[in-house]
Design a protein around this ligand. Structure first.
Ligand SMILES: [Zn+2]
Ligand SMILES: [Zn+2]
Length: 378
């Protein structure tokens, strides 16, 4: 049972499925589904695994678009989890490239199962369909429901403009804020009203000022979702959303404390009532497993991959981060475009996910994740 024979079995399995793999990524790209609504995407990926002998269960942890696909006998060795994401974004479709994530994880699992079939891996292969990474973080619901109990390590990768192995991320708390005021005629008798939009604007201004006193890793971007109906009516209701980030959970909680203080101050000075609540699960900071990262770096090079960057670059937040506080996790970024001006969450990035370079990297990444996972057993 050598790693070389396992690698050979994985590479052969993935190469033999080349057309199906690329068609899967393209199909997801062409049929984007929003977070929590990824019905067809989940079905497609689960059916690919089922065809290769995995036992599939849909609708787990109370999430209709989550699934679990298992291969191998429980207790026969390590339980390796591959995490498939497949949610898209409004307007820009697969502008975050989750069509690639879903495809790579599914075929990494199928590749490792092929090594097991050939007798070169002893253990369990688990493919988890994890919905809504872009909104509430389905992995965190699944973690809390015990879906990942017994997992030895979890692997996935994310497309990007760089290949980066030990990918870290910021902790993030998403918050909805609301101000409740009183409507009145904005010209004839504005003094009879309480302006909820004024309170909201004040919150944005003071939050921006407070941020200057926070560490550079603390961030608080926000949007106003509702700010009134007409200019001639004093807005009696305003609603906004903030994503509060920090280098770790504690720092993101500090940013939340600031937001609450600023919201209360805005309420007091305008007479409006302030309410806030969390929107989805808090995301922790990502702690990449150093051993898995070292293995992956070596495997990636061996498979002819591009040279990973070693200097850290700024990142957003990930729901796999919460899992990385419980068991070893790997989430490298894989370069899919040579154009460094292409940003994530854009039409341009969505187009890059089906480029020839991306397709070459999809095949390499599926092999690399499976071979890295096989090495964990040693
Ligand atoms: Zn994203
Ligand atoms: Zn993403």
């Amino acid at each position: 049972m050598s790693v070389d024979s396992a690698k050979q079995a994985i590479v052969e399995a993935i190469d033999s499925l080349r057309d199906e793999i690329l068609a899967t990524s393209r199909h997801l790209h062409d049929h984007p589904e929003l977070s929590g609504e990824e019905v067809e995407s989940a079905k497609l990926l689960a059916s690919r695994a089922e065809k290769q002998g995995f036992a599939v269960e849909h609708d787990i942890a109370g999430l209709p678009t989550a699934f679990r696909a298992l291969y191998g006998k429980p207790g026969s060795g390590p339980r390796i989890a591959f995490l498939a994401e497949y949610d898209a974004l409004p307007v820009v479709g697969h502008g975050c490239g989750h069509n690639i994530i879903g495809t790579v994880s599914t075929y990494a699992a199928i590749g490792l199962a092929a090594a097991a079939k050939a007798g070169h891996f002893k253990g369990e292969v688990a493919l988890f369909g994890t919905p809504a990474e872009e909104t509430f973080g389905g992995k965190i619901n699944m973690l809390e429901a015990g879906v990942f109990d017994g997992v030895s390590a979890a692997l996935m990768c994310h497309p990007g403009i760089y290949t980066e192995v030990a990918y870290s991320s910021l902790a993030c708390i998403s918050v909805v804020v609301e101000f409740f005021g009183k409507s009145a005629h904005a010209a004839a008798s504005p003094w009879k009203g309480i302006n909820a939009l004024d309170a909201m604007i004040q919150l944005f201004v003071t939050m921006d000022q407070r941020r200057k006193q926070l560490p550079p890793t603390a961030k608080s971007p926000g949007v106003i979702l509702k700010g009134g109906e007409r200019a001639n009516m004093v807005p009696d209701y305003a609603k906004g959303q903030f994503s509060l980030r920090g280098k770790d959970k504690e720092e993101s909680e500090k940013v939340l404390e600031c937001l609450i203080a600023c919201g209360q101050a805005a309420a007091q000075s305008t007479g409006a009532r302030f309410e806030w609540h969390m929107d989805g699960n808090p995301y922790f900071d990502m702690r990449p497993d150093p051993k898995l990262a070292d293995e992956f770096r070596e495997v990636w090079k061996d498979l002819g991959g591009d040279t990973p960057i070693e200097k850290p670059v700024p990142h957003g937040s990930l729901d796999i981060a919460n899992l990385s506080h419980r068991f070893p996790c790997l989430h490298p970024s894989i370069k899919i475009t040579n154009d460094e001006t292409v940003g994530g969450h854009t039409h341009e990035f969505a187009a890059a996910t089906v480029s020839p370079l991306a397709e070459e990297q999809i095949l390499r990444a599926a092999k690399a994740l499976a071979v890295t996972a096989r090495k964990i057993e040693l």
